[in-house]
Write a protein that binds this ligand. Structure first.
Ligand code: ATP
Length: 276
C-alpha cells in the first residue's frame, strides 16, 4: 500500500513543514541534498517507498522492501553548536516511536536503535558548512557573515516498520521491525507522523538552548560493556579493546583500555562491536 504522507504536513511543526513522497529512489540522502540546492525550507522531509542504494555509515547499505518501512531524510539548518546533538535527536525520536508501541528499545552507540539486541533502525547525519544555495543571479557575498554560524545537515532515518527480517538474513543479519516485534503490521503513515512529531520535539528543545544528551545517554546500551572499536579502512585497521565507560559532552564514547588509559572515540570514525 502506498500511503499519502504529504497530507500530514499541515498538522506538523517545523519538521515536516514540507513533505515530499516519492515511490522509488536511489537514496533519500541524495535527494535531500538535491532539495538543499533548490532552497527547500528547514524541516523539509523526503520519504521514499523504496531505495536502490540506501546509505548506512562508511558506505554500508541500508536495505528495505517495497513500501514496508520508513526511509526518510530531513533537512536542517542548525547553529554549528548543535551539530553534536543531531544524531542524538534522531535516535531518540526513534526510541520514542518504539516506546509508544510498548516496545523497550535502546541505542547502540552511536546510531543503531535496537529492540532485544536486534536492529530496528539506523540513523545517519551528513553536514556541510556555509551557504547552501547559490542561484545563478545571486549577489556575491564578500564576507559570509549570515551563514558562518549555521550548517546544513541532512539526517537520514531507516526505520523498519513492516519489514520481515527473515527475508534479509544476509544483508541485514541482526534486524527486527516494529511489526516483527508486535506480531502485526502497522500503518506506516501513523508511524511516520509519530516520528516527525518526536523529531520536532527533540530538535525544538536543542534549538531553544536545551540538551538531549542526558536522555540519549540513558538509552545507550553500550555503556558498561566490553567493546571492540575498529577504525581505518579495508587496507589498514586499528582496533581498540576495552570497556565503554561513558560519553563526553559531545557524545564521544569514552573507552578504557586494559592498561587503564581512556580513549575518546568519535562517531564518524569507527565501528563498535560489543563483545559481552
Ligand atoms: P553495525 O550496525 O554493523 O554496527 P553501523 O551501525 O555502522 O554498523 P549502519 O551504517 O548504521 O551500520 O547500517 C548499515 C548496516 O546495517 C548494514 O551493513 C547491515 O548490516 C545492516 N542493515 C542494513 N539494512 C538494514 C535494515 N533494514 N535493518 C537492520 N539492519 C540493516
Amino acid at each position: 500500500m502506498s500511503e499519502n504522507f504529504e497530507n500530514l504536513s499541515g498538522s506538523l511543526g517545523l519538521i515536516g513543514c514540507e513533505i515530499i513522497h516519492i515511490d522509488q529512489t536511489t537514496s533519500t540522502m541524495e535527494d535531500a541534498w538535491g532539495l538543499v540546492s533548490t532552497g527547500a525550507p528547514e524541516g523539509a522531509v523526503i520519504i521514499a517507498d523504496v531505495q536502490s542504494a540506501g546509505r548506512g555509515r562508511h558506505g554500508r547499505k541500508w536495505v528495505s522492501k517495497q513500501s514496508n518501512d520508513i526511509l526518510c531524510s530531513v533537512l536542517l539548518r542548525p547553529r554549528v553548536s548543535l551539530a553534536s546533538e543531531l544524531l542524538m535527536v534522531a535516535a531518540l525520536a526513534v526510541t520514542d516511536v518504539a516506546n509508544s508501541y510498548g516496545l523497550k528499545s535502546g541505542i547502540k552507540w552511536p546510531n543503531d536503535i535496537q529492540v532485544s539486541g536486534k536492529k530496528l533502525a539506523g540513523v545517519i547525519a551528513e553536514s556541510k558548512t556555509g551557504p547552501d544555495i547559490a542561484p545563478e543571479n545571486a549577489i556575491p557575498v564578500v564576507a559570509d557573515t549570515i551563514h558562518l554560524d549555521h550548517i546544513t545537515v541532512v539526517i537520514g532515518i531507516g526505520l523498519n516498520v513492516n519489514f520481515d527480517p527473515s527475508t534479509e538474513t544476509h544483508s541485514a543479519p541482526f534486524a527486527t521491525s516494529l511489526a516483527s516485534e508486535l506480531g502485526a503490521n502497522l500503518d506506516r503513515s501513523e508511524v511516520f507522523q509519530k516520528l516527525l512529531i518526536a523529531l520536532d520535539a527533540h530538535y525544538s528543545k536543542i534549538n531553544a538552548g536545551g540538551t538531549v544528551l542526558p536522555l540519549w545517554r540513558n538509552q545507550l546500551t553500550t555503556l558498561g560493556h566490553r567493546v571492540t572499536v575498529v577504525s581505518g579502512n579495508s587496507v589498514e585497521q586499528n582496533t581498540l579493546v576495552g570497556t565503554a565507560l561513558d560519553v563526553d559532552a559531545t557524545g564521544r564514547l569514552i573507552v578504557q583500555d586494559d592498561h587503564g588509559k581512556d580513549w575518546y572515540v568519535a562517531a564518524g570514525e569507527v565501528t563498535v562491536r560489543s563483545i559481552q
